[in-house]
Design a protein around this ligand. Structure first.
Ligand code: ZN
Length: 380
């Protein structure tokens, strides 16, 4: 409980220039900061041209009390401008902001990359050359055009020892018969991932401003998580059941309705109560776990196909990342074991963010395999 935790009220602000000295929040570095505070009374260093302070957990208003094991370096009810500028300062949300902000730009780059590599009916070969720069996974490339006799050409692209024109010539004939399947489920997923990461980053940056801002931003954050989960189903369901409109529509409708219901429930004020941390985690985990139904269905129908096995492997890896993230988020480890020692670096929410990005990237790789599968075979 919060009342059992002793919190040192410290009033200080840390600039990025001090980050180097704060890489490890040891007692030594902390005490030096404390000395500055004690020596100068209510000293607040200046950051970004404005005076503001970081406070301890017990000084927070109720709406900012989410984790009693993170004891210090909180921003509390800062003006919006200072909250925005604090993206460049060090506090206990800095890593949370940047992990998902960087993740957003990574997915933006992946989207641009995918848009340039998407095989059009007249540009499959060129796109495959570009694809070699969009994924680090040779199995994705081999899956992409490895089933039509052009595996050696793709390997050549990977080794970068054959000119693009030669590869294009070899691939062009092989891909001439290919008609690319619709891309919207794949891009819906990329948009869902970017929306989730951007909302999360914005929530961590600005929810310290006011109770109203916190309320609105947390809803957007929950909507982003829901959007990521729902759109993750779209490539899986659409491309697996491309030629079975009944199940394709059934699964897409079910997860979309489920997601809409989750967003509606998350609008209730009680949803953000700290004690309901596990309930929130369980809701999102159940949504994600329902993906097992179309995955098992896929294996029953297409279990003999290498694409089905490969995408299932990616989906299981994604599930493992997300499950680990949910467990860390709910259990609040490692800060539970050493309260105050992970305030700036290494607390559970930062680990949760990293695991979300890993899971989302794994699903992106699965999406590339789905595209290659259906581009080549359509309904075969
Ligand atoms: Zn977060």
């Amino acid at each position: 409980m919060a009342s059992t935790v002793t919190v040192l009220k410290r009033r200080t602000t840390i600039r990025m220039s001090e980050v180097a000295a704060m890489v490890s929040p040891t007692s030594t570095t902390k005490s030096s900061l404390l000395e500055g505070s004690k020596g100068g009374g209510d000293v607040a260093k200046r950051c970004c041209g404005h005076k503001h302070e970081l406070v301890g957990y017990e000084a927070l208003p109720e709406f900012l009390k989410h984790n009693e094991f993170v004891l210090d370096y909180y921003r509390s009810e800062w003006p919006i401008k200072q909250a925005l500028l604090s993206v460049f300062a060090l506090h206990n949300e800095t890593i949370n902001i940047w992990t998902h902000l960087i993740g957003f730009f990574v997915f933006l780059a992946l989207t641009v990359c995918a848009a340039t590599m998407v095989p059009m009916e007249t540009g499959v070969a060129t796109s495959t050359v570009h694809l070699a720069n969009c994924t680090s996974d040779p199995t994705v490339l081999m899956a992409y055009y490895g089933t039509n006799g052009t595996a050696m050409a793709v390997q050549a692209v990977l080794r970068h020892n054959v000119s693009a024109s030669v590869v294009e010539t070899e691939l062009a004939s092989a891909a001439a018969a290919g008609h690319p399947v619709t891309r919207w489920p794949f891009y819906a997923y990329l948009c869902g991932a970017m929306f989730c990461l951007l909302m999360s980053s914005g929530c961590h940056l600005l929810s310290c401003h006011s109770e109203h801002a916190c309320y609105v931003l947390l809803r957007l954050d929950y909507a982003g998580i829901t959007g990521l989960i729902v759109t993750s189903f779209y490539p899986l369901v659409y491309y697996t059941f491309l030629c079975d409109p009944f199940y394709r529509t059934l699964y897409l409708a079910a997860i979309t309705v489920f997601g809409a219901a989750a967003v509606a429930v998350s609008m209730l004020p009680v949803f953000e109560a700290p004690d309901l941390r596990w309930a929130r985690a369980a809701l999102f985990a159940c949504m994600a776990a329902s993906g097992l139904v179309p995955i098992v269905h896929k294996l029953l129908v297409f279990g003999a196909r290498p694409e089905a096995v490969l995408t299932t492997g990616y989906e299981l890896a994604m599930g493992a990342f997300y499950l680990a993230g949910v467990v860390v988020y709910g259990a609040r480890v490692p800060e539970r074991w050493l309260p105050g020692k992970f305030d700036l670096f290494g607390h559970s929410h930062q680990l949760f963010h990293a695991l979300v990005i890993a899971g989302a990237y794994t699903h992106y790789q699965a999406g590339l395999v789905y595209l290659s599968w259906r581009d080549m075979d359509m309904c075969l």
